[in-house]
Design a protein around this ligand. Structure first.
Ligand SMILES: O=C(O)CCC(=O)C(=O)O
Ligand SMILES: [Fe+2]
Length: 301
């Protein structure tokens, strides 16, 4: 018999889950309860969980297949490639390139053919104040569009481009070249049906360059509108981290952004483990070099 308590933290998303010790393997009943809460609240916060990397992996593995970060094989935990280090602490004596991870609205790994199902992030060290993460509900984003706009976006496909990660081109040039080669621009439907809830959600982000069959000039105003609409304050839950918080979000129906709202001289150190998503999308021919709308037009013709 488990004593899980789920306390909503926000209207759009977010709930705190109490009464679980994530250091111990979850029972199948507990997995079902966590999944039910997750589908309802999209972002779950498990406070006071001081997990080791293997415990974080074990917990994540109960809820999905573990992502091994092969598309972005940098800043992984030296012993556990499943764990990504999101940190502003030095790594191998150099400033960490994950210190600014997640600074624009996104869903994890949308620039791959397996956009992440979920991600689990644990706070190991935090600044005195700030370093918050915001999450936006993409069901609400879709459902609040007018019927005509829904019909329009239902028919669109979006080109997700890794180079639109904020600060991407300031990363080490060898890494930039490697990441571009591993992750050519990829097309995903702009509206997706969640496999577990059956609800439609908007799969937009600030990492979308254009829509298939439309030029960047045509796409950009629509993208600007959709990104602004999707991240309206009333669709957002803002998480203020406590040490040893474990936060799990559903990338299939949320976007998130990591805010630079803290004193950068203070350490912020997080461990992330993601769940592999379903296979999706296709790479546009000749997109590798240009990422141009010209080749997007070729793809639909
Ligand atoms: O550091 C954070 O708060 C989140 C960074 C991020 O986007 C991620 O870990 O997926
Ligand atoms: Fe992220």
């Amino acid at each position: 018999m488990s004593n899980i308590e789920v306390r909503p933290l926000g209207y759009a998303a977010g709930a705190e889950v109490l009464g679980l010790d994530l250091r111990k393997p979850l029972s199948s009943t507990e997995v079902d309860q966590v999944n039910a809460a997750w589908h309802q609240h999209l972002v779950l916060v498990f406070p006071g969980q001081d997990l080791t990397p293997p415990q974080l992996i074990e917990f994540t593995g109960k809820l999905g297949d573990i992502e091994r970060n092969e598309n972005v094989p940098y800043y992984r935990h030296p012993e556990y490639p499943e764990v990504l280090l999101v940190t502003n602490k030095q790594v191998n004596g150099k400033p960490s390139q994950t210190r600014n991870t997640g600074r624009n609205w996104h869903a994890d790994l949308s620039y791959t053919d397996r956009p992440a199902k979920g991600s689990v992030l644990m706070c190991k060290e935090k600044p005195d104040v700030g370093g918050d993460t915001m999450f936006a509900n993409m069901y609400m984003a879709y459902e609040t569009l007018s019927p005509i706009m829904q019909k329009f976006v239902d028919g669109l496909e979006a080109v997700h481009d890794i180079t639109l990660i904020k600060g991407f081109n300031r990363r080490d040039p060898a890494q930039v070249a490697d990441l571009k080669a591993k992750n050519p621009p990829i097309v995903h439907p702009l509206v997706r049906v969640h496999p577990d809830t059956g609800r439609k959600s908007l799969f937009v982000s600030e990492r979308v360059r254009n829509f298939v069959g439309m030029t960047e000039e045509e796409s950009q105003p629509i993208l600007d509108f959709l990104n602004m609409h999707a991240t309206s304050p009333e669709f957002v839950y803002r998480h203020r981290w406590n040490l040893n918080d474990v936060v799990m979000w559903d990338n299939r129906c949320t976007l998130h952004i990591a805010l630079k709202d803290f004193d950068q001289s203070q350490p912020r150190h997080m461990m992330r483990c993601s769940m592999l998503g379903e296979k999706s999308g296709y790479v546009l021919p000749d997109e590798h070099e240009e990422g141009s709308a010209k080749s997007a037009l070729v793809a639909v013709s």
